[in-house]
Design a binder for this molecule. Structure first.
Ligand code: GAP
Length: 545
């Protein structure tokens, strides 16, 4: 069993060394929490996304696809509520200047001591002085920890001198402390927009801003800010923070061109962008990521049934590519967790090394989005069912705004999940009988970047030609095969174990005599001789099993 704390480090290291994931702009020192999917990462990501597309679109008559532009009309975001509401309240620690999300901060209980935990003794001394200067209290320093504070009411902290029972001073605090240091000395909550803003049009707004500032030097700070904001807003566009909205906006076009009848879905996958405050756990939460979302339009009143249907289907799908299906669960949202547009929601969660956390949300979004876009655009985003009786008039034919069930998955987050699921270390004997560790990525064969590696035992005697010919046959059959002649055969097997190649085919001296190759299974390491003429069919059958 691999220690959970070390597992992420091992995955990050293997991902870089084997070409799955690189730090973005690495030669310039890297861009924080931005990642590039390397030669094998791009294959794995595409395989996951193609499998999703297959199961959500190709295998369903009632789901159609869409690939919308990332930059949409700004009114889309006004209607969806993202412009106003796509904000999480942020707070700054007045001492350490740490900025964090108020809704994620730790909440101490009444009676708890508040210990401000610094990085080291030096920092503790600095913070002690800063607190003394600003709040006129001297906390006791115990190594890197500052003590003397206690929660005395839900929103009140008391300062207690050593060995005293009554507080010498009392301070208001918001009921939570900063996540890193545990400080209760915090700023007011501030709104912060999670959408990336850019400008559309060839003319740079900077020129207009410069003119405005020049002509309005007399304005105060707030008026100046409002004036500049107006100039920026006139040409502002936003990178989409979710793929979902385009499917509401294109509801009528998709429904009418494909003559879709309710219940039906529109699916889309692609990049989304969020100015995340906390980027964490490698690619788990980053600013640029990929989503796989589907909006499933249903008759009002049937949403509960469809929500459960999609929750179960999506959970089953994630499990179907996993070595540990019981590491996937679903969890119903509590009432106070629900987004403003949802009447119910399930999170599909995975057991990450840091504990269970979100992988996909399956939400019942009511008719909120279609109604909002209808209201803001003037378009009639409704559906007419000739076969149904209108519940209000009792007459045949019912026009209504469909309700929506949305399974919204992270493609890049899914990639991380399958890397974690696949990572195995096994103790095996080397050629000399010594114990060694074999690292093997047990990726589902349909997700594995290479399906098969073809390895000539030696680089001469016509073996490379036979191997290349076989690779050609695999490629023609649409199977991603890799020719590999570098290093000893054992090393090559290990290399392909580490990138999850399910099958290695070795061409040896006997191949020319018996027209056979050795097929080695990645997981069992079992080897058998098969006819070279059957190789493509055998691999194809095993991949589809
Ligand atoms: N349309 C609904 C929506 O976007 P969400 O829960 O915010 O819902 C859906 O996102 C999924 O997208 C999440 O379950 C997660 O897998 C992925 N996701 C969201 N934010 C992410 C981020 N910053 N980095 C990586 N994946 C993210």
């Amino acid at each position: 069993m691999i220690d959970d704390n070390k597992l992420m480090d091992k995955i990050i290291s293997l991902s870089k060394q084997r070409g799955f994931i690189f730090q973005s702009s690495e030669i310039y020192g890297g861009l924080k929490s931005a990642y590039d999917y390397g030669p094998l990462g791009v294959e794995l990501k595409r395989n996951i996304m193609n499998e999703w597309w297959r199961s959500m679109v190709h295998e369903r008559e009632n789901v159609t696809g869409l690939d919308a532009s990332i930059i949409m009309h700004p009114k889309v975001w006004e209607a969806s509520g993202h412009l106003a509401g796509f904000a999480d309240p942020l707070v700054d620690c007045l001492i350490s200047k740490e900025r964090f999300r108020a809704d994620k901060a730790p909440i101490p209980n009444v009676g708890d001591d508040i210990n401000i935990t610094c990085a080291d003794k030096g920092q503790a001394k600095d913070y002690q002085k800063a607190i003394e200067k600003r709040f006129n209290i001297e906390l006791t320093r115990n190594g890197k920890i500052l003590t003397g504070l206690k929660v005395i009411e839900k929103n009140k902290v008391g300062f207690f001198k050593e060995d005293t029972q009554n507080p010498a001073e009392m301070f208001d605090f918001p009921g939570y402390v900063s996540p890193t240091f545990g400080s209760p000395f915090l700023s007011e909550e501030k709104q912060f927009n999670l959408m990336f803003r850019s400008q559309i049009g060839a003319v740079d707004a900077l020129g207009d801003i410069a003119n405005f500032v020049n002509d309005n030097k007399h304005l105060g700070k707030d008026e100046m800010k409002q004036g500049i904001e107006k100039i920026v807003k006139d040409s502002a566009v936003y990178l989409r923070p979710e793929t979902a909205q385009a499917m509401f906006v294109q509801f009528l076009n998709c429904q009418q061109t494909m003559s879709m009848k309710i219940p039906f879905g529109i699916a889309q996958m692609g990049k989304s962008f969020r100015n995340e405050i906390t980027t964490e756990h490698y690619i788990f939460r980053s600013c640029e990521f990929e989503q796989m979302e589907m909006e499933f339009f249903v008759e009002p009143g049937t949403q509960k049934k469809w929500l459960e249907y999609w929750r179960d289907k999506r959970l089953e799908w994630w499990k179907s590519f996993s070595n540990y299906p019981d590491h996937f669960i679903y969890r119903a949202h509590e009432k106070d967790e629900l987004a403003h547009y949802a009447d119910a929601c399930y999170d599909i969660e995975y057991k990450y090394p840091w504990g269970y956390d979100e992988l996909e949300g399956v939400a019942s979004r009511t008719d909120y989005d279609l109604k909002k876009h209808a209201e803001h655009s003037g378009a009639k985003l409704s559906y007419f069912d000739q076969q149904k009786e209108d519940p209000e008039t009792g007459k045949m034919g019912w026009r209504y705004t469909p309700y929506v069930i949305e399974p919204a998955a992270g493609a890049t987050r899914g990639l991380l999940v399958y890397l974690i699921d696949a990572y195995h270390e096994e103790s095996v004997k080397d050629a000399k009988g010594n114990d060694t560790t074999r690292v093997v990525m047990k990726l589902h064969p349909r997700l594995a970047p290479f399906k098969v590696a073809v390895l000539p035992l030696i680089k001469k005697d016509g073996l490379p030609e036979i191997a290349r010919n076989l690779v050609d046959q695999f490629m023609k059959a649409g199977i991603n095969a890799r020719y590999d002649e570098q290093h000893a055969i054992g090393k090559r097997y290990r290399r392909h174990d580490e990138v999850g190649t399910p099958y290695c085919l070795t061409i040896d001296g006997e191949t020319k005599e018996d027209n056979c190759v050795t097929i080695r299974d990645r997981d069992t390491m079992h080897q058998e001789r098969i006819s070279i003429d059957d190789a493509v069919n055998i691999v194809m059958t095993r991949l589809n099993q």
